[in-house]
Design a protein around this ligand. Structure first.
Ligand code: GLN
Length: 544
């Protein structure tokens, strides 16, 4: 049976618990263990799919079509283990399932309560699908003391009692702030946080103390004394120069060794950290540098494009190149041509990412035109591919070309489709139906034309699988006129009905994809489309 590591956070939010969980998992994996990471989100949304990126950052989509918390992206990127629907649960989902059961009469007249019904559902989720994993790490969203997280804390407390004492471990992430006026690090917030956790019946085994300044031995001992842990279990977690340094840094501070000790494991193999050393070496010692313009809507909040940001960096790692990202608000380009030239001319590549809604769409279309005409490397992702098709159609003479997502149009180059084939069979959607969970979601296969640019980018393979999250599709009625204009449809769904990839053979690097390749890129295995895009940007940088 798997061992469980429960990760909670205290003092303040945004301490990077997700990154910490991903790093610990990566370290255990480097020692040869099989790991899986799960996220417990205490909010009442059934999933983050309907939340604005400004509320929640990016929605991370799994192969099996779940819309999940962006922390699952960190988990995948750091461990290479593909997340699943069963790796993210929210209070909303727990309550929805319980209420549905209650309405069906499944509780046979019992009073339905938080304890045991909600806590049992959480425990069931934690214990499900263990397969042959050695460690399952469970990260609890929010901060200890939040009202919403109480049932989750209670479920952990119960699990710690029910499972073997050497089968669970509690890691608590806290903050040790530096008070500049006093010139001192303060341990009191950590003490309070641990007391709060203890009042819920959970005694932490390891404390991971985030700090901006080194924590002296004396303060470490003080935290240990007040918080009832060994001094070695108080792990300093100083701000890192890059997220890629975090696993190596935590290893040096003894995190994985202390966790293994907590489980009574004394014969663990030494970790093989060569992949992480290679990634940090490439990251900190680049040989080239490019700047990519990302023309989007949520540019004020980089978390909204978390995976995209990371995938661009991975493309840089593949080419030993530093990638600077210039986030550009697409609305800036509406109406004023000189603005586009001023912003995009100095850049080495233009990327139009995924997005929803009409706002900024004309600016995105204008950026596609700029990149096409000036032969600047262009990468369109999901909405970005749709914009590339609309731009192509307009330049082919369809002046009204648009997407039905933006309102009625007599040239629906992009439109809603109400059915498509998935692995489960025919999927059907109603126009105007619910927004939650009604998109084409998760992994779908695509067939690439042999000899196309993308087939070459994918190393010669013509069958690929990528993750989707969209409601609209490029209308195949326009394939012929668009191909005459020079936009080649080099990737289609296996049944030949849905356009998946477009490219321009008369352009150095112009690719639009209906899916989200950024979701599958990893630092030690950069996605070929991002590696290819950065390589092309590097070549372009030598021309400008
Ligand atoms: N809004 C578009 C659609 O729903 C694109 C979505 C996206 O870019 N993820 O089809």
């Amino acid at each position: 049976m798997a061992r469980y590591i429960f990760i909670t956070g205290g003092v303040v939010s945004s301490l990077g618990k997700g990154l910490m969980a991903a790093s610990l998992a990566a370290l255990l994996q480097a020692r040869g263990y099989k790991v899986r990471i799960r996220k417990f989100d205490p909010y009442l949304n059934v999933d983050p799919g309907t939340m604005s990126p400004y509320q929640h950052g990016e929605v991370y989509v799994t192969d099996d079509g779940a819309e999940t918390d962006l922390d699952l992206g960190h988990y995948e990127r750091f461990t290479g283990v593909s997340a699943r629907q069963s790796d993210n649960i929210t209070s909303g989902r727990v309550y929805r399932d319980i209420i549905a059961k209650e309405r069906r009469g499944d509780y046979l007249g019992a009073t339905v309560q938080v304890i045991p019904h909600v806590t049992d559902a959480i425990k069931e989720f934690a214990l499900a699908d263990q397969d042959d994993h050695d460690f399952i790490l469970c990260e609890i969203g929010g901060t200890v003391g939040d009202i919403e997280s109480l049932p989750f804390m209670e479920a952990i407390r119960q699990l710690r009692n029910e499972l073997d004492p050497l089968q669970t471990l509690s890691v608590h992430v806290t903050l040790v702030p530096y008070i500049a006026a006093a010139g001192e690090l303060k341990t009191k917030p950590t003490q309070h946080s641990v007391r709060e956790l203890a009042s819920l019946g959970i005694k932490p085994d390891v404390l991971l103390c985030r700090a901006e300044h080194p924590i002296p031995e004396g303060e470490r001992q003080k935290i240990a004394n007040f918080c009832n842990v060994r001094k070695e279990a108080v792990i300093p977690a100083l701000d890192a120069p890059s997220i890629y340094s975090v696993p190596l840094q935590y290893h040096e501070e003894g995190l994985d060794a202390e966790v293994l000790r907590g489980f009574g494991i004394t014969d663990a193999p030494a970790p093989d950290l060569s992949a992480w050393s290679d990634v940090t070496d490439r990251y900190f010692n680049p040989e080239g540098e490019v700047t990519i313009g990302v023309v989007g809507k949520y540019v004020g909040l980089p978390d909204a494009y978390k995976s995209l940001n990371e995938a661009l960096v991975h493309g840089g790692l593949a080419n030993r190149t530093k990638v600077n990202i210039k986030w550009i608000d697409a609305e800036l380009f509406e109406g004023d041509e000189s603005e586009i030239i001023a912003e995009l001319e100095p850049l080495h590549g233009v990327l139009v990412p995924g997005g929803f809604g009409e706002r900024g769409s004309e600016g995105k279309i204008a950026s596609v035109r700029f990149a096409r005409e000036r032969k600047v490397p262009f990468f369109g992702i999901c909405l970005g591919m749709q914009m590339a098709c609309i731009e192509g159609a307009r330049s082919a003479g369809f002046g009204d070309a648009s997407s039905t997502e933006f309102g009625e149009t007599n040239e629906p180059v992009v439109g809603i489709i109400t059915e498509w084939m998935s692995e489960e069979g025919l999927e059907e959607r109603e126009e105007g139906g619910d927004l939650g969970g009604t998109m084409r979601l998760g992994a779908y296969d695509a067939s690439l034309s042999a000899n196309s640019h993308v087939a070459q980018i994918y190393g010669g393979s013509t069958e690929i699988s990528e993750r989707h999250r969209h409601r609209y599709e490029v209308n195949s009625k326009y394939i012929d006129p668009l191909e005459k204009q020079g936009l080649v449809f080099s990737g289609m769904s296996p049944d030949g009905l849905l356009p998946e990839i477009v490219e321009r053979p008369d352009h150095p690097w112009f690719v639009g994809v209906q899916f989200h390749p950024e979701l599958k890129s990893r630092p030690f295995d950069p996605h070929p489309l991002f590696a290819g895009f950065i390589e092309a940007a590097l070549a372009h940088s030598r021309l400008v």
